[in-house]
Design a protein around this ligand. Structure first.
Ligand SMILES: [Fe+2]
Ligand SMILES: [Fe+2]
Length: 340
C-alpha cells in the first residue's frame, strides 16, 4: 500500500511543515525578553498563601446582600481573568510561529499568572458566598437581576472567546499583543488603586500581587510593540489604534461604566450593577468611585498613548475620557481581542 510517506528521502534533511511546533529551536539573544522571563520567575506568588480565613471571618459579619455584592464583583472580574486559555493558545501560536525562546517563556509564565488570577476569583467567591452564581437561589428581584448580570456578562465573554480564536487568522502576533496593552495597563492601575483602598490585609495583598503581575504583563506587551512597531505598515498601525479602543470598550464593564458598544446586556444592567457596587462599598469592600475610575483610565490611556506615539501609532478617540484621537467608525464583534 502506498502512503504519503513512501517518497521520503532519508539522505536529505526533512522538510518541516510550516506553522508547526516542530522542530524545537532555541535562541539566546533578545536580552530584554530574557530579563522579563527572569523577572516573571522571581515575582511568582501563591494565591493559597493568602489569608483566606480573614476573608471568611469578615464575611460572617456581613448580611446576605453584602455577601452577594462582593461575590458579584469577583464574578465580574473573573470574566476578564478567565484568561488562562487565552495565553495557553498564545503559547501554542508562539511555538508554531517559532518566536524567540524567551518570548515563548514569558508567555508560559503569563498563562500561569492568569490561572492564578482565575483561581483567586474562585477562592474569593468561595470565601464570601460559596456556590455563587450557579447554586445561588435568588430571594427577590434584585438578587435575581444581579445573578443574571453575572451570567450575561459571562455569556458576552463566550462571544469574545470565539472572536479571539478567529483573531489569529487575521492578525499577526505583534498586532494582537499590542492590542493587549490597553487591558494590561488598565488592570495595573485598577489593582493598584484597589490594593491601596482595601481594608482587609488579604485583599490588600491580593490586589498588590495582582498589580505586580499585570505590570509585568504590560511590560511584555510593550516589549512586543517596541520590537515590532518599526516593521508595522500603516494598515497594521491603524488596526492597533482600533484595538486600543476595543480594549477600552471591553474592559469598561469592570473598570469604568458599563459600555454600550459590543456588550449585549439586560436592560437593568447598569442600575443593578451600581447598586451592587454601592452595597459592596457599604460592606467595607473598596471599589474606586467613578471619578477614580476615570482618572485610572485616563492615566492608562495616556501611558499607552505615549508609547504608541513614539512609533507613529495614533490613539483612538475616547470622548468618554475627554481624549481626542483617531475616530473609530465601528467596532464589530470580531474586533474584540483584549484581555487582562
Ligand atoms: Fe490577570
Ligand atoms: Fe494580565
Amino acid at each position: 500500500m502506498s502512503s504519503k510517506y513512501s517518497n521520503l528521502n532519508f539522505e536529505e534533511e526533512p522538510d518541516f511543515p510550516i506553522e508547526n511546533i516542530y522542530p524545537p529551536r532555541w535562541n539566546f539573544d533578545n536580552e530584554k525578553a530574557w530579563q522579563l522571563y527572569r523577572r516573571a520567575k522571581r515575582e511568582q506568588w501563591d494565591e493559597e498563601n493568602i489569608d483566606w480565613k480573614e476573608v471568611k471571618d469578615y464575611a460572617t459579619g456581613l448580611d446576605r446582600k453584602q455577601k452577594l455584592a462582593i461575590a458579584y464583583w469577583w464574578s465580574l472580574l473573573s470574566n476578564f481573568d478567565n484568561a488562562t486559555p487565552v495565553f495557553a493558545y498564545a503559547v501554542i501560536k508562539s511555538f508554531e510561529q517559532h518566536l524567540d525562546t524567551a518570548v515563548k517563556g514569558v508567555l508560559t509564565t503569563i498563562t500561569y499568572d492568569e490561572n492564578r488570577h482565575n483561581v483567586m476569583c474562585g477562592l474569593a467567591i468561595n470565601s464570601v458566598l460559596p456556590g455563587f452564581p450557579f447554586d445561588f437561589k435568588p430571594q427577590d428581584d434584585l438578587e435575581k437581576k444581579a445573578k443574571l448580570n453575572v451570567l450575561w456578562t459571562w455569556w458576552n465573554g463566550s462571544r469574545y472567546w470565539k472572536a479571539y480564536l478567529e483573531a489569529y487568522k487575521k492578525y499577526t502576533f505583534d498586532v494582537l499583543f499590542t492590542s493587549f496593552m490597553m487591558g494590561e495597563a488598565a488592570a495595573t492601575t485598577v489593582f493598584t488603586t484597589m490594593s491601596k483602598g482595601a481594608k482587609l490585609k488579604a485583599f490588600q495583598e491580593l490586589f498588590k500581587n495582582t498589580a505586580v503581575d499585570e505590570t509585568r504583563h504590560y511590560a511584555f506587551t510593550h516589549l512586543i510593540m517596541s520590537q515590532n512597531a518599526q516593521k508595522m505598515d500603516e494598515e497594521r498601525k491603524k488596526l492597533v489604534t482600533k484595538q486600543i479602543r476595543a480594549g477600552f470598550v471591553f474592559l469598561s464593564l469592570i473598570t469604568y461604566k458599563p459600555p454600550k458598544d459590543f456588550w449585549k446586556l439586560p436592560p437593568w444592567f447598569t442600575e443593578v450593577h451600581e447598586k451592587m457596587e454601592d452595597i459592596a462599598r457599604d460592606a467595607g469592600f473598596y471599589i474606586p468611585t467613578i471619578e477614580e475610575k476615570e482618572q485610572a483610565w485616563k492615566q492608562a490611556v495616556l501611558r499607552v498613548g505615549a508609547s504608541l506615539k513614539h512609533y507613529g501609532i495614533k490613539l483612538p478617540d475616547m470622548p468618554e475620557l475627554g481624549i481626542s484621537g483617531e475616530v473609530i467608525e465601528e467596532i464589530s464583534e470580531e474586533d474584540y481581542i483584549p484581555v487582562f
